[in-house]
Design a protein around this ligand. Sequence first.
Ligand code: CTP
Ligand code: MG
Length: 238
Amino acid sequence: MSVAALVLAAGSGERLGHHLPKAFVQIGGKPLVLYSLETLASVREIDCVVPVLAVPDLDRFRALGPALADIPKLAEPVAGGARRQDSVRAGLAALPAEVSWVAVHDAARPLVRPQAVARVVAAARRDGAAILAAPVADTVKRVREGRVIETPDRAECWAAQTPQVFRVDLLREALAKADAEGRLATDDAQLVEWLGVPVSVVAGDSDNRKVTYAEDLAAVERALCGAAQPADGERSRG
Ligand code: CTP
Ligand code: MG
């Protein structure tokens, strides 16, 4: 009945536009991926933490050496794939048979709190599938070809976060169905929704922000370090 966490860090970070792969961008002197690995490993309900990295980054990850040795429950890194869904598939394939529950987390969300992780794991164990999400502040418009086609009731609009936690066999089945139908989901819950299985929503922290653009990185640096840090490499120049 063990619980594994997949920490997805195999993306290219194209929108961030940094010279390092996003997982290795330094925040307060520490690579971004380590924040999520440490937080998930600190959660009592999680038994093992599996990093998923792009093939060219596997050696760079292993070279973090001593920093990795300090993280309990850390499994060997797994090679991800070209699209996020491919990385999830690779991570799921690498899980040992005794794993019954999986928490899928974006390494790009280094601010996630252990308490929020524990809450969403508990909800998934009760309901089968659960995600962290936060109510949206803005009114959301569905837009096609520059025209509004719908305004969903804002009270019903939540922004999905990670971790998203599932029974492993449920997520495997959902992924196999999406693959067979050639569908690509933008988060893991959507795969399960396509099976017609309900997904519970747990209120997450509004600051569990995903580092996508440079402005997100600056905000996360402020949250973790108190003030914006010089960009990587600038310290030595200045
Ligand atoms: N991810 C992954 N494998 C992929 C694509 C994404 O493991 N093939 C991971 C990223 O590393 C990230 C998370 O999924 O932690 C969310 O993806 P996103 O924010 O889109 O990151 P990137 O894909 O790296 O960024 P971009 O889309 O700008 O290239
Ligand atoms: Mg991406």
